[in-house]
Design a binder for this molecule. Sequence first.
Ligand code: SER
Length: 304
Amino acid sequence: MDRILITGALGQLGTEFIKHFKKLNVFVLATDIKLPKYKLQCEFEQADSLDKTRINELVKKHDINIIYHLVAILSASGEKDPFKSWKLNMNSFQNIAEISVENNIKKVFWPSSMAVFGTESKLDLVIQNPLMNPSTIYGITKLVGEKLMEYYFNRFRLDIRSLRYPGIVSVETAPGGGTTDYIIDMINAAKKGIDYTCFLDENTELPMMYIDDAINSAITLMAAKKSNLSILGSYNITGFSITPKKLLNEIKSNGFNLKVNYEPDFRQKIADSWPKKIDDSSSKKDWGWNPEFGLKETIIEALK
Ligand code: SER
């Protein structure tokens, strides 16, 4: 029987994983540094992932055997305080790895990101193993995590599985402090009927995926037979690619009358160092990745 710990459980991914596991009647202990604003559909403990002793106690107390470690400071926020970002992203990763080895945790899910790539990665269509030169502290911490995943598997047989998520489009819980956040901000502005000032240039193309696909892909990867996984690090994954201009047209074609101004800021440089498109054929081949939501379906869902 799976007994799952989710760290960073109140974030964009965590809230959706909780709903997913609730439907399956699987035990979940959600932890976050914040308190929830509403009653969660699972157990909750307020805990800081940097506090290894506390997380270790919770793992033992609740007999946890699977961990979804979702704590991270995203790309744009990370640039405001890179030292804090390194500390949170890396030390929490290390804590989870140590706790997992000590407690014989069966599997860990840990999201990586397209931020691991960089200007040397042939950004028009990024393959699984290109040159990688991440320019953000966020991307650097994700790339280090990917290397550690491989190392810990070879060293301790610790089974950490990971996806390099593109921007994730969610309705209920927004991300915070990411470079791809514009897509959700623009959709929300359309729904509210207010003007939107976009922090990226209108022709900036980035890969995205709908939240349901983000959750289902992780679940499918976690269920895959380890022997089918040819990659020990993180898998490329994508839904569709879009620019702010294309998004605006899509929003308008759904009957919304939105006005957008463009004022690119420091996030433009981050976006320019990220893929336009991602080749996720290894995910399709190894564990059957198959997105359900394309561009049109995603925008329709998000505008509801
Ligand atoms: N959505 C993330 C960000 O923009 C990328 O993984 O930081």
